[in-house]
Design a protein around this ligand. Sequence first.
Ligand SMILES: Cc1ncc(COP(=O)(O)O)c(C=O)c1O
Length: 418
Amino acid sequence: MQQTIIYCGVRELYIHETKHVQEKLETPYFLIDKQKLDDNIKDLKNALATCWNNYIIGYSVKTNSLPWLICYFKNRGIFAEVVSDDEYNLVLKLGYAKDKLIYNGPIKSKHTFLQAIKNGCIVNIDTEREISWLKSLCNTGQKFEVGIRVNFDLEAYCPKETLMGDAGSRFGFCYENGELLKALNNLKAFNNVKVAGLHFHYGTKTRSLNVYQAIARMACRIKSEYDLDLKYVDVGGGFYHSMSGKPSYMDYIRVISGELSQAFDVTKTKLIVEPGVSLVGTPISFVSSVIDINQTIANYFVITDGSRINIDPLMNKKQYIYTIKYMDNTRKTMPTQVISGFTCIEKDRLFLLSNHPQLKVGDQIIYNRVGAYTMSLSPLFIKFYPAVYVKNNNKIIKVRKKWTSDEYIQKSRFEMLE
Ligand SMILES: Cc1ncc(COP(=O)(O)O)c(C=O)c1O
């Protein structure tokens, strides 16, 4: 387990500066390091510009749909990759141009699906029902473009790497059993709808370069076999970046572009990537405080105002990357301490400290690299959403206030039926 122990006067560390007020930050809260976010985007753009200088980046909104982040990406020319009518409406409300969206996944609504196609978004068909919805575009006198999500046996090319293994992915149209060809033929029947792109996305355990090599090869194969004229190949997300010992954006894009160049012309076909975790994972931390100690016959429980539901909502991570900030350096060593969350769930225990300085009320525990699938997956269980701050140089601004009962009950009705 990775950790750093810092002895310092925590209360002086994080100051929220507004024009005239200096406010102490109250834990728990998420903290976004804008510089790290900037660096991740710069690295991705650089890799794409170097290897395939005809590209679109679509930020995977589900990974962290914090409004500030969505606006941040919008202002940097990055498309929003959305997968539901709610996400679609959210990004439009936040000012996204109506054609700067990538619309994916099986839970699109018919209305937003058709609207997105008419607006010129990149819309990747995932299901049969979406093909049937296209009927409403016939007889409009206009021409439209869609992409199609490919389901292929990635496990056969990258054994033991995919998340679902032999059970296979449940998304998109299967290449091996002819469903993809059938869908392409059904789409051809609409003479005003053209298949302009292939979409792939695979969740894998390894996020390895092999995975992207297999995906890019499959894109080449499908293009050649079905004689497709494609404006884009969308390889999805699932990358690592800025993690030591793991591939970087440059490594991935080099492999992808090397394969794509066998069948595609960089001037005619765009490469689309849909990163989530690799962009927002590392720049975001979660700051919690020790609020109490409970010494029992079995253990020394350190109770904090953070929880596994904040940084690991599915409660399946085996370890967290954290920093401990002690208020002073006069601590005796404790044989064991169980760092625990605020919920009433017994297994809300974050980690065990062995032979470490004793934690006391007021010390802080900061969990690092927790920007992905945390804020957007957290339940409103026991405590409502915590505040979010953005740090840039020495300035910190609050970009989301802590939710209160006001936000929780908004739009509720209270008339009784008896
Ligand atoms: C279609 C699609 N694109 C992109 C992503 C983002 O993946 P990641 O956060 O691993 O980069 C996902 C995540 O599930 C996805 O389903």
